[in-house]
Design a protein around this ligand. Structure first.
Ligand code: DQA
Length: 148
């Protein structure tokens, strides 16, 4: 099945990221997910890309959206799977099951936090990882898309 590749970049966000802005702002900053969506849309326009930004607290939704990204011919996926990053073999399998390149994104740098955040199942399938730059992590990841 050959799907035409589009200019759309899926930006998928996992659990608790709907609370950005008020959630542990010392770690995750003061930008809300809507603020980040606005920043991404502005940058995407400059790059000739479109953003499809989503958030869910449910693991299976992320799996379904990864499949959908391939079926819809998404150019790439930026994935902040939040805590599922560190637990979800289902997400790793989904990333490996699709040809759409996936960039792992984190606001904080999990590698410098608690030990349980050091393992990333998402990272085992992603083409690269951008972490530790706050909301800018998403922009840095988007900038990488044209060169994938
Ligand atoms: C996060 C880091 C994860 O360890 C954590 O579970 C999150 C957010 C980040 O963006 O820094 O929910 O993905």
């Amino acid at each position: 099945m050959n799907v035409e590749i589009t200019n759309t970049v899926y930006v998928l966000n996992g659990p608790n990221l709907n609370l950005l802005g008020t959630r542990e702002p010392d770690i995750y900053g003061h930008d809300t997910l809507d603020d980040i969506a606005g920043m991404l849309e502005d940058r995407a326009r400059e790059l000739g890309l479109d953003i499809d930004m989503r958030q869910t607290n449910h693991e299976g939704h992320l799996v379904d959206w990864l499949h959908e990204a391939q079926a819809q011919g998404a150019r790439a996926v930026l994935l902040n799977a939040a805590a599922y990053t560190h637990t979800s073999i289902a997400l790793l399998d989904a990333i490996k099951a699709i040809r759409t390149p996936v960039i792992e994104v984190h606001l904080s740098d999990p590698a410098t936090r608690e030990d349980f955040r050091h393992r990333s199942f998402v990272g085992m399938g992603a083409v690269r990882c951008v972490s530790g730059h706050g909301a800018n992590s998403y922009l840095i990841a988007l900038d990488a898309v044209p060169n994938l």
